[in-house]
Design a protein around this ligand. Structure first.
Ligand code: MLT
Length: 411
């Protein structure tokens, strides 16, 4: 008799975004005239930059010619893309990251989940609360947790609350943890981490032999020049951190799929016999066994992000969403709501008005304003009473959504 991975039964009913989609679809079916504006899932809306499209069209043509056709590519990604990333995203910021330490993939979501393949099941794992749900759910699936309590917290995980009191940046834990997920600019709160804050984490990780999983998928949204874009801007981070990056939010590749993970060559963790094992070798082994790389066409599109036109077009795209975030922050602040984030991130974290629960506010917003956001409690117990609004939409829709919300909820 075939059996299942019972860990899946521990998961809460559904992944957050499909649950939102379910409620929105039910509402839309019952209210076919409602013009619903979606500021929920952080999915981009604006077209791919021209530089990327042109590069991809050229790559398609190359695939149609025997002389330039490409079959399987290198599992780690093409060197011409990795070299540009190493030079422009890392070395230009003083980070010592070599092209050989970069692995191209089809998404940071996949990588932050898949990375658990190379780690043991006996690690103590810390996540912030609220948190990007993928970090928690993939640990549940991997059998790294016990059951959830009625607040939705899984036994065995260390939850680090991020609140308005600590500027949505977790306190360094007093206990010892082995794996730590950090996401800056933060999803869902839109908070950023200073160099000092990241240094405290790097110092902690080095002192405790811990590994930091640093999710920098939103780094392109950093406007404050004092805020680090990469954990490798912090001295010693090569000895304790893996970084995840994406082309989804800077270049609009959510549907096109391209991302990258940096695993420094000198980074190690312990084998059962106590020896130090290089994580780069394990990740390389994992990727070359379970992954055949991102398509040539898409990698050519990603490469164009690093051309002069590409850089200018991406800046324009990011600035467009940042302007949306600014409008959201201003309108909601003027309406008397408590508003966080949105300055160095495409997410605005809002205190729900009239002490409504996150899901009650979600339902009210959907039913009375026909606007969709994301309930803060979907990101963890400490997100209760908060609501995330994404800046990914057209200007017209953002303005219209803000008008509807402020008319209904001005306090
Ligand atoms: C979100 O809304 O949090 C995003 O969709 C996260 C992601 O990129 O998967």
């Amino acid at each position: 008799m075939a059996t299942i991975n019972d860990n899946y039964l521990k998961l809460k009913a559904g992944y957050l975004f499909p649950e939102i989609a379910r409620r929105v679809n039910a509402f839309a079916e019952a209210n076919s005239n409602a013009k619903i504006i979606k500021l929920g899932i952080g999915d981009v809306t604006e077209p791919l930059p021209e530089a990327c499209r042109t590069a991809m069209i050229k790559a398609v043509e190359e695939m149609g010619d025997r002389a330039t056709f490409q079959g399987y590519g290198p599992e780690q990604g093409y060197a011409w893309l990795r070299e540009k990333i190493a030079a422009q995203d890392f070395q230009a910021r003083g980070c010592e990251v070599d092209a050989s330490e970069i692995f191209i993939s089809d998404g940071s979501k996949c990588d932050t989940g898949n990375i658990l393949d190379i780690f043991g099941n006996d690690n103590i794992i810390a996540v912030t609360d609220p948190v990007y749900p993928v970090y928690v759910d993939t640990n549940v699936m991997a059998g790294n947790t016990g059951a959830a309590n009625d607040k939705g917290e899984f036994e065995g995980l260390v939850y680090l609350p991020i609140t308005a009191e600590n500027n949505f940046t977790a306190e360094i834990p007093s206990q010892k943890v082995d794996l730590i997920y950090l996401c800056f600019p933060n999803n869902p709160t839109g908070a950023v981490a200073s160099k000092e804050h990241l240094k405290a984490w790097v110092d902690y990780a080095r002192a405790n032999g811990s590994i930091i999983f640093f999710d920098a998928a939103y780094e392109a949204y950093i406007t404050d020049p004092e805020i680090p874009h990469s954990i490798y801007e912090i001295e010693g981070a090569r000895e304790c951190a893996i970084e995840f990056r994406s082309f989804s939010k800077n270049a609009g590749f959510t549907g096109t799929r391209c991302a990258l993970t940096v695993v420094p060559k000198n980074l190690t963790a312990k084998a059962a016999d106590g020896s130090d094992v290089e994580l780069w070798k394990l990740w390389n082994r994992r990727q070359s066994t379970k992954f055949n790389g991102v398509s040539y066409i898409v990698q050519r599109g990603a490469e164009a992000v690093y051309s002069e036109e590409g850089k200018a077009q991406i800046k324009e795209l990011v600035n467009f969403y940042l302007e949306n975030a600014k409008i959201i922050c201003k309108k909601l602040t003027d309406a008397g709501l408590g508003v966080f984030g949105g300055e160095n991130a495409p997410y605005v974290w809002v205190k729900t008005p009239h002490a409504l629960s996150s899901w009650d506010f979600f339902d009210k917003l959907l039913h009375t304003c026909n606007v969709v956001g994301t309930p803060g409690s979907g990101f963890g117990a400490a997100g209760e009473g908060y609501f995330r609004i994404s800046a990914f939409n057209s200007r017209e829709n953002v303005e219209e959504a803000m008008q509807r919300i402020t008319e209904r909820f001005t306090t």
